[in-house]
Design a protein around this ligand. Structure first.
Ligand code: EPS
Length: 387
């Protein structure tokens, strides 16, 4: 499967085309809208989220609640567009028209300056509009389609926040279903009540001082068969592909699996997962410190992957920058933004990781219809059982 997205944060809509979704997959806007609503939630979001009410309109590839195998086309409207029709219109406007709302003051930490230099744009809005994290709405919609596919084969996903600023949250012993239930009811998407209150206080304190907070989110995927991805070629290693997908999320700066960076400070005996075998269960691991991957392939244990999000770069007390017209320093640019979007980023990460797993799943069990894929999967399961 592959997808492309288009659309600007203050333009009329976001658009996505997904190619390669098999036929006979049940799909209705509701299953996408649930994910879009999750992405909009979370303590620390700014005023824009009160304007938007994201819903997907399926405009290709689905008929009577089922995919047909044709490309899926979907659009999500930007409700905020009504305030930006002059600024974001397609028709030409005069250079000095105040409706242009030209931006010439690049914000540190954003794509503004690099993008302006690269694309030779003297209105940095032409960069900002597309680099905005609003685009992740379309990616979550595509991920929701991937999750729908995974769900057909009993593969479950979850995400939870493990850090906001200097507050750390634990994942108590619980099943993936319980984790989903508890985090869904949390304002900061944590399973640790004590940490929740501290995170909310930290977000309030950051907001009060015109600052922002980043954090770490963890995604868990269970029910994945052994052998997705491959060791034979660098670009087929599924952990590598997941890493790329995670770091491509706006403001994400790093990714780790299982023990992750901590593995660098431990001995080999403390890092690897002993191989076990039981008649009933087949091969399994005594632990899952690898986070579900060895040799770029799934081990059959849960995928456990974390991503780190830097604090949002739009600050109410901005860092020094230089005006691209006058080349003079300034510090006054203030844009509306969020104080902390880590809980939303968890949902984005869950959906982009689900996308990569679904792609690898289809590569392994490829077929044009759900029935064909199911038959291939059953056949493979027998092969693994008899190994
Ligand atoms: C964003 C800035 C804010 C966020 C936006 C991402 O938007 P605005 O500039 O319109 O206030 O609200 O996030 C979303 C719109 C969204 O749907 O997540 C940025 O600069 O990346």
């Amino acid at each position: 499967m592959r997808y492309l997205t288009a659309g600007e944060t203050h333009g009329p809509q976001l658009t996505a085309i997904i190619e390669g979704v098999p036929s006979n997959l049940p799909l209705l806007p509701d299953s996408i809208n649930v994910q879009l609503a999750r992405r909009q939630k979370g303590y620390g979001r700014g005023l824009r989220m009160q304007i938007e009410k994201d819903t997907a309109n399926l405009v290709g590839g689905v008929r009577h609640g089922m995919t047909t195998g044709a490309p899926i086309a979907l659009v999500v409207e930007n409700k905020d567009w009504t305030h930006w029709t002059k600024v974001m219109g397609v028709e030409p406007v005069d250079e000095d028209n105040e409706g242009r709302r030209r931006i010439h003051r690049p914000r540190p930490g954003h794509a503004d300056l690099n993008g302006g230099l690269k694309y030779n744009q003297r209105d940095l809005r032409n960069i900002l509009e597309r680099s905005s994290a609003r685009e992740t709405t379309a990616r979550v919609a595509c991920g929701a389609v991937a999750r729908q596919l995974l769900a057909q084969f009993g593969i479950k996903t979850a995400c939870h926040v493990v850090r906001i600023g200097d507050v750390v949250a634990e994942r108590p012993q619980m099943t993936i279903d319980e984790l989903n239930e508890v985090t869904e009811a949390s304002q900061v998407r944590v399973a640790d009540k004590e940490a929740e209150a501290k995170m909310i206080a930290a977000i309030d304190a950051a907001k009060a001082e015109g600052n922002t907070l980043g954090g770490v989110v963890e995604v868990v995927i269970e029910g994945v068969p052994v052998g997705l991805g491959s060791h034979v070629q660098w670009d087929r290693k599924l952990d590598g592909r997941i890493a790329q997908a995670v770091v491509s999320i706006n403001a994400f700066k790093g990714v780790e699996f299982g023990l992750g960076f901590e593995a660098g400070s431990l001995k080999g005996s403390e890092v690897h997962d002993p191989i076990m075998h039981e008649e009933e269960r087949g091969f399994y691991r005594a632990s899952n410190r690898a986070g579900g991957f060895e040799g770029g392939m799934t081990t059959g244990e849960p995928i456990v992957v974390r991503g780190v999000m830097k604090p949002i770069a739009t600050l109410y007390k901005p860092l020094p920058s230089v005006d691209i017209d006058t080349k003079e320093p300034f510090t006054a640019q203030v844009e509306r933004s969020d104080t902390c979007a880590v809980p939303a980023a968890g949902v984005i990460m869950e959906n982009v990781v689900a996308w990569e797993v679904a792609c690898a799943f289809l590569e392994k069990f490829g077929g044009d219809s759900i029935e064909e894929i199911r038959a291939n999967l059953e056949n493979y399961k027998k092969q693994v059982e008899q190994y």
